[in-house]
Design a protein around this ligand. Sequence first.
Ligand code: ATP
Ligand code: MG
Length: 428
Amino acid sequence: MIWTLSISGRHSRRISRSRGTLWEKQDPKTSYTLVGDKTFPRYDIIILTVIKTAIEGRRKPNPKHHNMFNLFGEKGKLGIDIGTAAIKIVELEKSGGRFTLKNYGLFELKSTDVQSSGSGTGQSILKLPDQEIIWGLKELIKKGNIKSTDAIASIPSFSTFATIIEMPYLSEQELAKALPFEARKYIPIPLSEVILDWSIIDISSPASPRSPGSAPKPTTVQVFLAAVPRDETEKYKRIMKGAGLNLKALELENTALIRALLGNDLSPTAIVNIGGRSTSIVIVNKGYERVSHNYEIGGFEITKSIARSLNVSIEKAEELKRKMGMKEADENIVNEAMVSLIDMMVFETKKTISNYESSKNQKIARVLLVGGLTNMPSFVNYFKQKLNMDVYGANAFARIIYPESLKPIIQELANAFSIAAGLAMRDI
Ligand SMILES: Nc1ncnc2c1ncn2[C@@H]1O[C@H](COP(=O)(O)OP(=O)(O)OP(=O)(O)O)[C@@H](O)[C@H]1O
Ligand SMILES: [Mg+2]
C-alpha cells in the first residue's frame, strides 16, 4: 500500500484504494452494553457500547437514490482513536453533505492497569504488543457489527512533532523542494526516520501595494509542518492491516479535533482537551493549529489525588469523581481533593492563551472544553469562573445526525469521541 501521512486539506496526498465495498444494511436495533468479557487477560474489563441506528429509513422512500449514493462511493468511514486507556471508533456515513452516526464503540483497558503505574510512564494501549491491539480492535469491530473498512486513525500529540515556519513566497512546487531542507533545522531526528507533511496556512503581503490599484504581491508564507517517526506510522499500518482495515490516512489528533469542533468556523479559539493521561491546549486560528501545549496531568492523576486524600481505592475515587465532581456542596470533600490540580489546568490554559495573545496581538474569543473530564459535574462552570473567559463545553456531534435515543447521553459521548468523530469526517 502506498501511504503518506496526511494532515489536512490542500496538500494532503491521498491514498485512494477503493475496494468497492458497498454499504451493508444493519438491523435497526437500539443500543446494548456489554461489560466484563474475559477472553483476553489484559483486557479484563471491556466496556463496549454499540448502537445500531434505524436511520436507513430516512433514505428508504427512494431506493434508487440509495443506490445512487453507493455508486458514487458514499459509504461509511471509521475514525479510530487509540488513546492511553481506550480504543474509540466512530462510524459515520455521509449523504447529501450531512454526516450520520452509524455506530460507535469504546474498548477500555482495565482502569487500574492504566492508573496504577502513574501518568506519563503508565501502561498505555499503544505500548502493548501489536497482536494485543489488533485483538482489541477486531473484538470491537466484531461486537459492534461494524461494517465499514475504510479507516482514518490519529497519532497522539506526544509522538508527533508540529511547528509553524515562515518561508519566502514560492510556488507550491518550489516550496515542496525547499521544505525538507528547512525542516532539518526544526526536527530533532534525521529526516530519513520521519514522515513529513505540510500545509500553507497563511500568505502575507506588504501592508500597502507598490502602486495604487495593483494587488499587493505576497512576500512570505506560513507553513504548518508536521513530522511523525516512521516507526510509529509503521506500527499503525501493521495494526490496521492486522485488524482487516483499510487505513486511508493518519492524522494528527489536533487536526481531527479542530475539524470536529470548529468545521468552517475561522475565529481564534482555544481548545482544551482533558483526557486520562494528559491535557492539551491548542490555539486555533483560521482553522489551523497555531500553538499546542501538552500538559501531563489528566483525569487519572485527579483520581489518584482523590484516592490519596480520602484514603479510598482507585475505583472508589473514580466513582466519587464522576458523581460529585466540582459541585460546591459544603460536604464535597472530593472538590477539595482535586481543586489544586484543576486550578493548575486553568493556570496552564491562561498562560498558553496570554502568551499567544501578546505575541500575535490577537484576542482569543472563546475556549472550548472537551475530553472525558469535561463530563464531571460542575466542571465547565468552575473552569469558566476561574479562567474568566467565555468557556463552553464543546460538542463534536453537533453537526452529526444521531438517533433520538442517544439524546440523553450525547454530550458525554461527544466528549469521549471527539477525535474519532473528527477523523471519520475527513474527506478521503
Ligand atoms: N462522567 C465523568 N466524570 C468525570 N470524569 C470522567 C467522566 N467520564 C470520563 N471521565 C474521565 O475522563 C478521563 C478519560 O478521558 P478521555 O476519554 O478523553 O481520555 P483518553 O482520550 O482515553 O486519554 P488520553 O487522551 O490521555 O490518551 C478519565 O480520567 C475518566 O475518569
Ligand atoms: Mg484523548
